[in-house]
Design a protein around this ligand. Structure first.
Ligand code: SF4
Length: 363
């Protein structure tokens, strides 16, 4: 076993996780950067696009969610999208540089009549050369195997928060059920995407508990999304207090240290963060994000803005494989980003007023 592999542990104690959180900020970021650089190119980022394929009327009561049928959030409910429409969206995502296409359905578990359609979506999107990810709620063993058979790469099922705080946020699905679904997914040979949400009113101890749970799974999730709560009017958490962004960054850094080989994803809540905060989050070890101006039912930074930010930070999107065609695709994508940047720069130079330039500096 190499020294790097020895860093992979599944026996974290709460006290050890707490000690990482308690490090001086700079020491924590330095340690996270060291771990990140040992396992990843620190300037590469994996890009996913997320699409809601069935929106609203969810029977679960997650207190943060616009799609729960328990709250009146004025959300337009939609039935399962047609397969061809979803495939079209996936093609657009690929053209914009995404390597993974994620599909989310607001279900307790996949209904019998819709499940074959989701399998067909996975098959067709996989055939485009994209990685596929779905989040469909609770899965049993049979459904997990069927998704694997269809070619699914990742299944997302978040733990959301610590086991202790969980019942304050969700009462219609248990923590144990979530762990069981993750276990079925893992046993079926599908990569696991599991993370949580910060800013739900949880304590630091709960954030410690969440990361300790994730890092002590039999295998670390390949993908660990860390979300910042997006407050939705009509949900019980619409007036939740802001979480200090430094605490969010600490959480990303601790996740990086505890799960060295996992992709740590800066997920929902990016519109509440300025560019400088996002740069610090990348420095703390986040190396994956969602691209596109909508994230399920909430907003996400504009694609052009993200491209500009990548350029300013010298960050490049990661491609899936290093086959000849992918190298070619990557070259084309880099060229596209370059052109996009030049285009934006030219536009800005032609039209920018002093006022706009000040706004840009402050953004
Ligand atoms: S299960 Fe998913 S879609 Fe349903 S209420 Fe919870 S977070 Fe929202």
């Amino acid at each position: 076993m190499s020294n790097l592999d020895k860093q992979i542990r599944n026996n974290w104690t709460v006290e050890q996780t707490e000690a990482l959180f308690a490090l001086p900020f700079n020491d924590l970021l330095f340690q996270a950067q060291q771990v990140h650089r040992a396992h990843f190119d620190p300037n590469r980022i994996q890009i996913s696009v997320l699409l809601s394929i069935k929106t609203g009327a969810c029977p679960e009561d997650c207190k943060y969610c616009s799609q729960s049928g328990h709250y009146n959030t004025n959300l337009k409910k939609e039935k399962l999208m047609q397969v061809q429409k979803v495939v079209e969206k996936a093609k657009q995502a690929k053209a914009s540089g995404a390597t993974r296409f994620c599909m989310a359905a607001a279900w307790k578990h996949p209904p019998k009549k819709d499940f074959p359609l989701v399998l067909e979506m996975v098959r067709q999107i996989k055939a485009l050369g994209l990685e596929t990810c779905v989040t469909l709620g609770t899965l049993n063993e049979e459904q997990s195997l069927a998704l694997k058979e269809a070619g699914l790469d990742f299944y997302n099922h978040n733990l959301d928060t610590s086991p202790e705080f969980y019942n304050s946020i969700i009462t219609t699905r248990t923590y144990a059920e979530r762990l069981q679904t993750l276990s079925h997914v893992r046993d079926a040979g599908i990569n696991v995407c599991a993370g949580g949400i910060l800013g739900l009113g949880e304590s630091r101890r709960d954030r410690v508990g969440l990361l300790t749970q994730l890092a002590n799974l039999p295998e670390h999730p390949e993908s660990v999304p860390i979300n910042m709560l997006v407050r939705i009017a009509g949900t019980p958490l619409e007036n939740a207090e802001d979480l200090d962004l430094f605490e969010f960054i600490r959480c990303v850094a601790v996740a990086r240290i505890m799960m060295p080989k996992s992709y740590v994803r800066l997920a929902a809540g990016r519109t509440q963060m300025n560019d400088q905060a996002q740069a610090l989050i990348f420095m703390a070890g986040a190396n994956s994000l969602f691209y596109g101006d909508t994230l399920l039912t909430t907003s996400n930074p504009d694609e052009h803005h993200d491209i500009q930010l990548f350029k300013r930070l010298g960050i490049y999107p990661e491609m899936m494989e290093t086959s000849k065609s992918d190298i070619q695709t990557e070259a084309e994508l880099q060229e596209k980003i370059q052109q996009q940047h030049q285009h934006l720069f030219t536009d800005a130079a032609a039209t920018c007023s002093t006022e706009n330039m000040v706004a840009e500096q402050e953004a």
